[in-house]
Design a protein around this ligand. Structure first.
Ligand code: KDG
Length: 313
């Protein structure tokens, strides 16, 4: 099987606080899976796409847990390298609403040791789309090089590049993040930043100006995620607003990754950008109704039923 979509980055075991408050007082966690690009890959698979993952994991129980997950979900793992004597990263999620809710234990993890020699050129060339992120670049200099190499292979062979800046300033300094993210945006076909990402890398607050500015650097489409206010979709000279869908939000962790999966899959199925964004909005809304990054990712049927219910209440 040659997957249509391949993603490159780091999976992280997730420990999601059951109680509210600071982690020092939390006594119970729900164990799950996270890592933006792994969430993306699982979401593509649940939505019915063919997908493969490029990463390194430790030869530990958490790495094995990921192999089981990907196997169950139908994510191709032939380019996931299992490294002896290395560990799989973990993160904790507290019940607060901003990115400070993430606490990472990932320095020197197996994934952070990914390097250009791990980039599977033929795999990327044979795919229709490569997805990667600012987190994949932030975890180490060698991972950052691997991302740039993978993008270069994709660009040379006509494989589309989707990039989620996913700016996590706990992982790298703002000026380095800004330089790398802006450079990468110029190399990507689709760029899917959140408003917070854009604020961290541009000194612009107006959403339409952000989209214009990013589009000017070269992508075919920029989709700016505005949370419950929906998204702005910019392509060519057009900027369109797609409304958000109201759901009871439990945990937004991973919702952006589901958005990216649904958007890219819908594009590869031949839909227009605004149509892709509508489908992606619905998938992301459903993904935020449950706790954890992976468990609430919806399947195709649930998204289609949800869209129908919203359109014909
Ligand atoms: O998009 C959700 C991710 O942020 C989460 O699963 C953890 O990959 C993660 C990270 O580095 O923040």
């Amino acid at each position: 099987m040659k997957p249509d979509i391949v993603a490159l980055g780091e999976p992280l075991l997730e420990l999601n606080a059951v109680e509210g408050g600071l982690l020092r007082s939390v006594r119970r966690y729900e164990v799950g899976w996270g890592g933006d690009t792994s969430n993306f890959a699982v979401a593509v698979a649940r939505l019915g796409g063919s997908v493969g993952y490029i990463s390194r994991i430790g030869d530990d129980e958490f790495g094995k847990s990921f192999l089981q997950l990907w196997d169950q979900e139908g994510v191709d793992t032939r380019h996931v390298i299992v490294e002896e004597n290395a560990y799989t990263g973990i993160y904790f999620v507290s019940r607060v609403s901003d990115l400070s809710r993430f606490t990472y234990y990932r320095e020197s993890s197996a994934s952070s040791r990914i390097s250009p020699s791990d980039v599977p050129e033929t795999y990327i060339k044979e795919a229709k789309l490569l997805h990667t992120s600012g987190i994949s670049q932030a975890i180490s200099p060698s991972a950052c090089d691997a991302v740039f190499d993978a993008i270069e292979v994709a660009r040379q062979s006509g494989t589309l590049v989707c990039y989620d800046p996913n700016v996590r300033l706990q992982l790298w300094g703002q000026s380095r993040a800004r330089a790398v993210v802006l450079e990468t945006i110029g190399l990507a076909d689709f760029v899917l930043p959140s408003l917070e990402d854009a604020a961290a890398i541009l000194n612009i607050e107006d959403p339409a100006r952000i989209v214009e500015k990013l589009l000017a650097s070269g992508p075919r489409a920029v989709v700016l995620k505005l949370g419950e206010n929906g998204v702005l979709v910019g392509f060519g000279d057009d900027i369109e607003h797609v409304q958000g869908l109201q759901v009871d939000v439990v945990d937004t962790t991973g919702a952006g990754d589901t958005f990216a999966a649904a958007f890219t899959l819908s594009y590869l199925e031949g839909n227009e950008f605004t149509q892709c964004a509508r489908f992606a909005n619905a998938a992301a809304a459903l993904a935020s109704r449950g706790k954890g990054a992976v468990t609430p990712i919806p399947d195709r049927e649930s998204v289609e039923q949800f869209i129908q219910a919203v359109e014909q209440p």
